[in-house]
Write a protein that binds this ligand. Structure first.
Ligand code: B12
Length: 324
């Protein structure tokens, strides 16, 4: 193990569920002082598989088993260097099996009390290592573990915010940002596809404002709406209003969700969306690019509402559909 933020992508590991331990948490779990753990890592290369971008140690379950065995071997009088050599010659499975035989294996590790924080860190580690396999595992683990809206709000949004901050400080490259977007986007689309057969009614059009290439919130909204049985038409990012209006016309959509991460110009005008002779369209806008009080021109033919979060976007769109 080299202590980089690359995981052992081949092993079914705690990283799959996104749960990683800090050095002090491992110290508590295995009753070895944190200073000894750091020394085993620095001097003997028996340490964590993961590092945060800030270079803090993060131990997976396999790492903890290596530490447990190291503690057992040194406790039996083997010098640390010799114990480490034994461990370096063993696979993760062998380490676990030996720990089990020795009666020190742990299946009850209380991994990170704040379970919503650790997976976000694992996502950042995978982004920083540009590791799509690890990224997929972590994201799938999160999605399996809790409802989608909760995964989004408690894990993915904090991870995306942190990734944006790291990028703006020059600590993470665009390649990492793209990787997380690609993998998260693919997994969210997978959720939507799984629900596709249940969807009914006219579609809700999902798109991002002109020249705004951010669209992950559209993908999560599509997935949550599909879980509510709502049909959607995903038009993706950066949509000119005239083209959006053409799509409304052709699909007979009565609701549009419009995302903007980047600040919108004052000249924004959604009136092209109004279709003569039809009841008013509902346009739900969301994202930090919009003012909380939509400053778009009032129009009787287009009702504009602002959604502050995923849940309110879903509620506003479901309410608008009930009125249709
Ligand atoms: C991923 C990402 C990208 C990806 C987008 C890929 C994709 N398919 O979407 C790529 C690499 C393409 C990209 C490009 C750029 N990006 Co960018 N990007 C991000 C990042 C990391 C996540 C974006 C995201 O999905 N956010 C969505 C949610 C997670 O965050 P939020 O908008 O803050 O959400 C809040 C609310 O909106 C609400 N909410 C959360 N989820 C939901 C869901 C719904 C449905 C609703 C209604 C509300 C809601 O709750 C949050 C509470 O505050 C952000 C970081 C960030 N802070 O968001 C930067 C960020 C948005 N990008 C930024 C920038 C500057 C750019 C670029 C200009 C960079 C460049 N030099 O190329 C380009 C823009 C190109 C363009 N014209 O659009 C800046 C924007 C700063 C600003 N305000 O102007 C940010 C904030 C990064 C930063 N810290 O500086 N980006």
């Amino acid at each position: 193990m080299d202590g980089a933020n690359v995981g052992d992508a081949g092993s079914p590991d705690v990283a799959a569920s996104g749960r990683l331990l800090t050095v002090s948490e491992v110290a508590l779990q295995v009753a070895v002082p944190a200073s000894t753990l750091r020394s085993w890592d620095q001097r003997h290369d028996v340490g964590p598989t993961f590092r945060t971008p800030g270079n803090h140690r993060r131990y997976s379950e396999n790492d903890v088993h290596r530490v447990l065995l190291m503690a057992q071997l040194t406790g039996q009088g083997l010098p640390a260097s010799a114990a480490a050599e034994v461990l370096h010659g063993m696979t993760d499975a062998a380490v676990r099996a030996r720990a089990e035989r020795a009666g020190v294996a742990r299946s009850d590790l209380h991994l990170v009390p704040d379970s919503s924080r650790a997976p976000a860190e694992a996502i950042i580690a995978a982004a920083s290592a540009v590791d799509p396999v690890l990224m997929t595992r972590v994201i799938r683990g999160v999605l399996r573990g809790q409802p989608l809206d909760q995964s989004w709000t408690e894990v993915f949004v904090p991870a995306l915010h942190e990734i944006g901050d790291l990028w703006s400080r020059g600590e993470l490259g665009i390649e990492s940002e793209h990787l997380v977007s690609e993998v998260l986007g693919a997994e969210l689309r997978q959720v939507s596809r799984g629900e596709a057969m249940r969807q009914t009614g006219s579609p809700v059009i999902l798109t991002s404002a002109d020249r705004d290439y951010h669209h992950l919130p559209l993908l999560v909204l599509e997935a949550v709406l599909s879980q509510h049985g709502v049909r959607t038409t995903m038009l993706g990012p950066s949509m000119p209003y005239a083209s959006m209006a053409a799509a409304v016309e052709r699909t007979m959509a009565r609701e549009v969700f419009l995302w903007a991460s980047l600040p919108r110009p004052r000249s924004d005008d959604l009136r092209p969306l109004a279709t003569p002779g039809r009841p008013p369209m509902t346009v739900v806008v969301g994202g930090p690019g919009w003012p909380a009080e939509p400053a778009l021109p009032p129009s009787t033919a287009v009702v504009v509402k602002y959604a502050a979060d995923l849940q309110s976007a879903v509620s506003l769109l479901l309410e608008a559909r009930e009125r249709d």
